[in-house]
Write a protein that binds this ligand. Structure first.
Ligand SMILES: Nc1ncnc2c1ncn2[C@@H]1O[C@H](COP(=O)(O)OP(=O)(O)OP(=O)(O)O)[C@@H](O)[C@H]1O
Ligand SMILES: [Mg+2]
Length: 318
């Protein structure tokens, strides 16, 4: 990490951009609220700004020195807001335009990983009835059907037989105009937080549900988060270097979270990268940071500090 600014005042007035109009609005309100409280506890002049209505004007006229992006999903995590902030000349946290856009698009993420020899489950994008037939013919069941650009497992479902594919497709289409079907991975699920190119300790997720769905993420108390994750140290280090490559290949930067699973043979399979993961007190990156000895408020400050990273021509996009 480059040197932290001398005092909290050096960051100037910070807008914590939160809310917005996406399916993940509620989670974003929680993330942004927790972030703003932490920044204030550390003496930073921070206020929340809901990304609805004339937010762009409020931001431009608000006398802000930088922005902490606490928006999840499309219109906040996908490069659009990042481009707008760049146009305003306001420094912001996390990934730039290109890294944000690529990470938000699960199909393009998977294509890039495959091109770089990184493991991700085989998939077919479902754009027509012919694609449904091709997926049924060419991919082994069960399949995971999910929106290309959604988060929080919204619109995702496990499909056991070809007969269930069309319904799953329609359910995912409620959330996104693009949908993919990918090979179902049977095995433990993990997530890896990344902060300033340092992977945090892995967390293993366990749920009695079919998969880690919206209910398991935000509502159930039966979901278990295991950290340290129980893998032998060498295996954990290898997986951490895999997730960092996955993060870098997409041009993501600053901080984020990589989700992956291991199959029955222990082989890893990359699922997706989140460039603005949840930051509530129950969220995964804060949990992993705590395991690495970084308390919540310190984590938030280190993420705020990613807004000071240079975005020169080469990295502007990233
Ligand atoms: N190929 C797969 N095989 C088995 N389970 C899967 C597969 N893909 C996704 N899942 C399950 O669905 C969950 C959601 O998938 P994924 O992480 O790809 O989407 P997301 O909705 O963008 O998640 P997030 O809330 O982390 O942004 C995963 O955490 C995992 O439990
Ligand atoms: Mg995920």
């Amino acid at each position: 990490m480059s040197a932290v600014l001398r005092s909290p005042g050096d960051y100037g007035r910070v807008a914590v951009l939160l809310g917005g109009t996406t399916a993940e609005r509620d989670i974003s309100l929680q993330t942004g609220g927790a972030v703003c409280d932490a920044l204030r506890r550390r003496g930073v002049d921070a206020v929340t700004l809901d990304a609805t209505g004339d937010w762009f004007r409020r931001l431009a006229d608000g006398g802000f020195a930088r922005v902490f992006i606490a928006l999840h999903g499309r219109g906040g995590e996908d490069g659009v807001v990042q481009g707008a902030l760049q146009t305003l000349g306001l420094p912001y946290t996390g990934s730039g335009v290109l890294g944000s856009a690529l990470a938000m698009d699960k199909v393009r993420s998977k294509r890039l990983w495959s091109a770089h020899g990184l493991p991700t489950p085989e998939f077919i994008e479902l754009a027509s009835d012919a694609d449904l037939e091709r997926a049924a013919r060419e991919l082994p069941f069960p399949l995971m059907v999910k929106p290309v650009h959604e988060g929080s497992s919204c619109g995702a479902s496990k499909v056991l037989h070809a007969a269930g594919l069309a319904d799953a497709w329609r359910a995912a289409l409620q959330y996104d105009r693009r949908v993919l079907a990918e090979r179902w991975i049977t095995g433990p699920e993990y997530t890896a937080g990344i902060l300033w190119r340092q992977p945090l300790p892995l967390i293993r997720l366990e749920t009695p549900r079919v998969f880690y769905d919206y209910q398991a993420k935000y509502l159930d108390d039966t979901t278990r988060y295991i950290c340290p994750c129980g893998l032998e140290a060498g295996a954990e280090r290898e997986l951490q270097s895999l997730v960092l490559r996955a993060f870098d290949v997409l041009g993501a930067s600053g901080w984020g979270r990589v989700d992956f699973m291991l199959d029955e043979t222990g082989r890893p399979w990359l699922l997706e990268v989140n460039t603005v993961p949840g930051m509530t007190s129950h969220s995964l990156v804060p949990m992993a940071a705590a395991a690495a000895g970084i308390p919540f408020d310190e984590l938030v400050l280190r993420i705020l500090h990613t807004s000071t990273a240079e975005r020169s021509a080469g990295s502007a996009a990233a």
